[in-house]
Design a protein around this ligand. Structure first.
Ligand SMILES: NC(=O)c1ccc[n+]([C@@H]2O[C@H](COP(=O)([O-])OP(=O)(O)OC[C@H]3O[C@@H](n4cnc5c(N)ncnc54)[C@H](OP(=O)(O)O)[C@@H]3O)[C@@H](O)[C@H]2O)c1
Length: 327
């Protein structure tokens, strides 16, 4: 295999919108003990990347230039000593605090799990932060068989994974969305409910025996709605709680990395048995990273927005949702 000594890396020198992102060439370190070099195929985008980049995420004090993205899938192209579970040629799913948006990464195998053949690269690259956040929150709330749970933004990147995992555990899921997502949520087994004025009445009609837990991804009137539905405080998770969970999952501490990898392994296993099948809402070449974040920030993704390296057809193809929404 040809040795690769440089990588194309998404970086930024100052806080700002997606336009501060640059695709630059940087030296690629050779893998040391316990490390491998991965040729990255797909990378997921998350809102927290944007909050960090814009400066809204004030606790993030990593030095500039900063790198972007935490979720990726790819193929091992070089392996250091002590990496026997990840030989050259193995397909992997992985996570980083930042810097996943790159053509190649050299990374500790502690941050990787093997990608099953049946999980596509398109799915795998978006699994880490959305999937582990979903799993952590459902674990905290002890969601299981017989629970009725409301999830806001249920068709989005995180909500759609929470909904599918909760249903896999035997819960009944009511998901908030706009009209355009009713069919999608019905198809995956979620009871859709339109967000906005009158939502409490609409949820009560779908859950006459009450709601056991409420996960508010979107973060506007969620707490009031949950209180009006009689959801006990410990069974409510706000958008701010989710932010705290995501920041914890991006920590570089050894415990956090081990937890993140262990939860990623569980999410990948769920994807392998089709308990979780995230949709791809937008798929962009790595060089169009700014456009991809613009898409995410429109807040109407159905599933995940991803970047990719060589498999992407760079021709612009109008998405079905754009055709519908331009009418
Ligand atoms: N507080 C934080 O730190 C924090 C951290 C992470 C994420 N968030 C927020 O959580 C939300 C969802 O996260 P995500 O990662 O799943 O994002 P995402 O994939 O961008 O979510 C998009 C979904 O949000 C739905 N949506 C749009 N307006 C809504 C509204 N008024 N009420 C309920 N749902 C609405 C959309 O449904 P329709 O297309 O059907 O309208 C769409 O399916 C985002 O708004 C994000 O900014 C907050």
């Amino acid at each position: 295999m040809k040795k690769v000594s440089e990588a194309a890396v998404v970086e930024y020198e100052e806080a700002g919108g997606p336009d501060v992102l640059r695709l630059v060439t940087r030296p690629l370190p050779e893998p040391g003990p316990g490390e491998v070099t991965v040729e990255v195929i797909t990378m997921g985008l998350n809102h927290i990347d944007g909050f960090v980049r814009s400066g809204a995420e004030q606790e993030w004090d990593d030095a500039f230039p900063r790198r972007s993205g935490s979720c990726f899938a790819g193929t091992v192209i070089a392996a250091g000593p002590g990496t026997s579970g990840f030989p050259v040629g193995s397909d992997v799913v992985g996570h980083l605090r930042s810097g996943a948006q790159a053509s190649h990464v050299t990374i500790s195998v502690d941050r990787l799990v093997r990608k099953p053949r049946s999980v596509t690269f398109e799915t795998a690259g978006g699994l880490y932060l959305a999937g582990t956040t979903a799993l952590d929150i459902l674990d905290e709330l002890k969601i299981g068989a017989g629970d009725t749970i409301v999830i806001s933004a249920a068709a989005g990147g995180v909500g759609s994974m929470e909904a599918q995992i909760a249903m896999h555990r035997g819960a009944r899921v009511i998901g908030t969305c706009g009209d355009r997502n009713f069919d999608y949520l019905r198809q995956i087994g979620v009871k859709p409910v339109r967000y906005g004025e009158g939502i409490v009445t609409r949820i009560r009609a779908l859950a006459p025996n009450g709601v056991d837990a409420f996960i508010d991804n979107f973060g506007q009137d969620g707490r009031e709605v949950a209180e009006a539905l009689g959801v006990p405080g410990p069974k409510f998770r706000s958008s701010a709680d989710r932010r705290d969970r995501e920041v914890a999952l991006l920590s570089d501490s050894p415990d956090a990395v081990a937890h993140g990898t262990s939860q990623l392994r569980a999410v990948v296993a769920l994807a392998e048995k089709r308990a979780v099948s995230p949709l791809v809402s937008g798929f962009y070449p790595l060089a169009d990273v700014a456009e991809a974040y613009d898409d995410l920030q429109r807040l109407h993704s159905r599933g995940k927005v991803l970047l990719a390296t060589h498999p992407v057809n760079p021709r612009r193809i109008r998405k079905a949702r754009e055709v519908i929404e331009s009418r």
